[in-house]
Design a protein around this ligand. Structure first.
Ligand SMILES: *[C@@H]1O[C@H](CO)[C@@H](O)[C@H](O)[C@H]1NC(C)=O
Length: 162
C-alpha cells in the first residue's frame, strides 16, 4: 500500500518535472533575455548603478572558474548537470536585496551560495528549474568583532578560519 502511494507520487513528480521543463524552455534566446531583464531590474531597484563586473554570463571565460570557486562536490560540476543562466556576485548588502526583489518580480529562480559549505550542490544547481540565477556571496565576507558587547557579525560569504 505504502509503496503504491510512493510509486504514484514518484510518477506524478516525474510528469510534473517534464511538464515544467517543457513550459520553461531553455533556449539561449531566453537565457539572454533573462540576463537583460535581471540586470535592468537590478539597476532600477538600486540607488547606485550595479557594476557590470558583478555579472558572469555562461559565455564569459571566467564563468566556470567562478562556478567552481567554492563548489565542494565536484559531481555537480560535470557538463550534464544544469548550470546557472547567470552568476551574480553582489558587492553590498543592498545588491542582495535588489536581487531578491528582482528574482521575485521576474519570476526567476534564485540560488544563493554562501561560503560554499554545501555538499548537496543545492546552492549552485537546480534540477527542477531550467533557468535559474546563482547569487554568489563570496564578496560579502567581512567579520566584525565587538569585544565591548561580546558580539560578532560575520557575513555569509566568510569561510572557516577567516
Ligand atoms: C567576464 O566577466 C567579468 C565580470 O563581469 C568581466 O570583468 C570580464 O571582463 C568578463 N570577461 C570577458 C572575457 O568577457
Amino acid at each position: 500500500m505504502a509503496s503504491t502511494t510512493f510509486t504514484s507520487l514518484l510518477c506524478f513528480c516525474m510528469v510534473l518535472e517534464i511538464f515544467l521543463s517543457l513550459v520553461s524552455g531553455g533556449s539561449s534566446a531566453s537565457i539572454s533575455s533573462l540576463q537583460n531583464d535581471f540586470v535592468q531590474c537590478l539597476n532600477l531597484n538600486s540607488d547606485l548603478p550595479i557594476p557590470m563586473s558583478t555579472f558572469y554570463t555562461q559565455k564569459n571565460s571566467s564563468f566556470d572558474s567562478v562556478l567552481q570557486s567554492s563548489a565542494q562536490n565536484l559531481r555537480y560540476l560535470v557538463t550534464s548537470v544544469p548550470k546557472p543562466a547567470l552568476i551574480f556576485t553582489p558587492q553590498t548588502e543592498a545588491h542582495v536585496q535588489s536581487a531578491v526583489i528582482c528574482s521575485k518580480q521576474l519570476g526567476i529562480h534564485l540560488r544563493v551560495r554562501s561560503g560554499g559549505h554545501d555538499y548537496e550542490g543545492l546552492s549552485y544547481v537546480s534540477m527542477t528549474e531550467t533557468l535559474f540565477i546563482m547569487m554568489d556571496l563570496a564578496n560579502l565576507r567581512s567579520v566584525t568583532v565587538d569585544i565591548g558587547d561580546n558580539s560578532a557579525w560575520i557575513q555569509a560569504g566568510a569561510t572557516i578560519g577567516e
